[in-house]
Design a protein around this ligand. Structure first.
Ligand code: RI2
Length: 315
């Protein structure tokens, strides 16, 4: 039972060649579909075991963005039929349905989020989020003039991706270093970020630096808005689990040579942080806009009774 089809996707997710919570989810669903198509499993049980193993390989790549396990669950739970052929087809069609739903959700979220943005508004962004940019794209196509302060977002500088995509939309961009955010928040109407996971209490887990930005935004009285499809709701937090924060390589922060020049130091590189609900004004989803404290009711409705990890071996 080789699982080559998923191995390269898993590697790309780990190395962040594929990144961004929604993009990771889409790639994982596609990889499971490709694995199902290529499988030469001799019988239905072997096919199911292969799918579970493929999902586990993908699941173990990055721990924080819940869109990944949510995607795997959706596709695996779509598996039905008694023969290998039937199971194969159901996995492939669940994968297609998942990717289609994801696009529709982002489109709806974008339309809803655009209503918050007025003509002439200035936003500040952190990292790169396709959900957040969907709201700007819709506002711009509604004819609104939007300008942006884009934080570079150390250590991987994903702000550059945001800057480039905003420029493609015709949005004037001012790039700033992360530590300049407080200085410019008086000139900003909304801080607009995405999310990797949202916990049942309304806390938002997003790229490192989001929580500090939110504290600064509160200090300046600037609203902080999170654009996140319901795919980012973390069902495990309904039953008391916490969201694991991914720690990444120290070399993303400082090169080995520079570090050797400095001498004995410790380097930490958490990829994400937690912003408490009291620092967030609104969470925009494809189901509408929610105050963070009420997101739990949507989470119960969508994920209330599900098998949390269908990829673990039932035996
Ligand atoms: P979309 C990214 O994480 C950023 O933290 C971003 O806010 C979030 O995913 C959501 O992205 P990373 O993969 O799903 O760059 O909105 O570590 O595209």
């Amino acid at each position: 039972m080789p699982i080559e089809e998923v191995e390269s996707t898993a590697e790309d997710i780990e190395e962040m060649e594929i990144r961004g919570a929604a993009t990771i989810a889409a790639a994982a669903a596609e990889a499971l579909g490709a694995q199902a198509a290529a499988s030469d499993a001799p019988d239905p049980d072997a096919f199911e075991a292969e799918m579970r193993r493929a999902a586990t390989e993908l699941y173990e790549t990055r721990p924080t963005a819940v869109s990944l396990p949510n995607a795997l669950r959706f596709v695996l739970q779509g598996m039905e039929g008694k023969t290998v052929e039937a199971k194969r087809e159901s996995i492939r069609s669940a994968g297609r349905r998942f990717r289609n739903d994801l696009e529709t959700a982002q489109e709806r979220l974008g339309r809803i989020g655009a209503n918050r943005l007025r003509d002439g508004d200035v936003i500040m962004t952190h990292c790169h989020s396709t959900d957040a940019l969907a709201t700007v794209e819709h506002a711009v196509s509604d004819g609104k003039h939007i300008e942006a302060f884009v934080k570079e977002t150390r250590p991987r500088n994903q702000g550059q991706i945001t800057a480039s995509q905003l420029r493609d939309m015709g949005v004037p961009v001012t790039m700033i270093v992360d530590s300049a955010a407080h200085r410019y928040l008086n000139d900003v109407d909304h801080v607009l970020v995405g999310a990797d996971s949202i916990a049942a209490d309304g806390s938002v887990i997003n790229k490192i630096g989001t929580s500090g930005l939110a504290v600064n935004a509160r200090d300046r009285g600037t609203p902080i808005v999170v654009a996140a499809q319901t795919l980012k709701l973390h069902p495990g937090t309904l039953t008391g689990h916490t969201v694991e924060i991914e720690m990444r390589a120290e070399t993303e922060v400082i090169s080995a040579d520079d570090r050797a020049d400095i001498g004995e130091i410790t380097v930490e590189n958490p990829a994400f942080d937690v912003t408490p609900p009291r620092h967030i004004d609104a969470i925009i989803t494809e189901r509408g806009q929610f105050p963070p404290e009420s997101i739990v009711s949507l989470m119960r409705e969508l994920y209330g009774d599900m098998d949390e990890e269908p990829w673990t071996d039932p035996e």
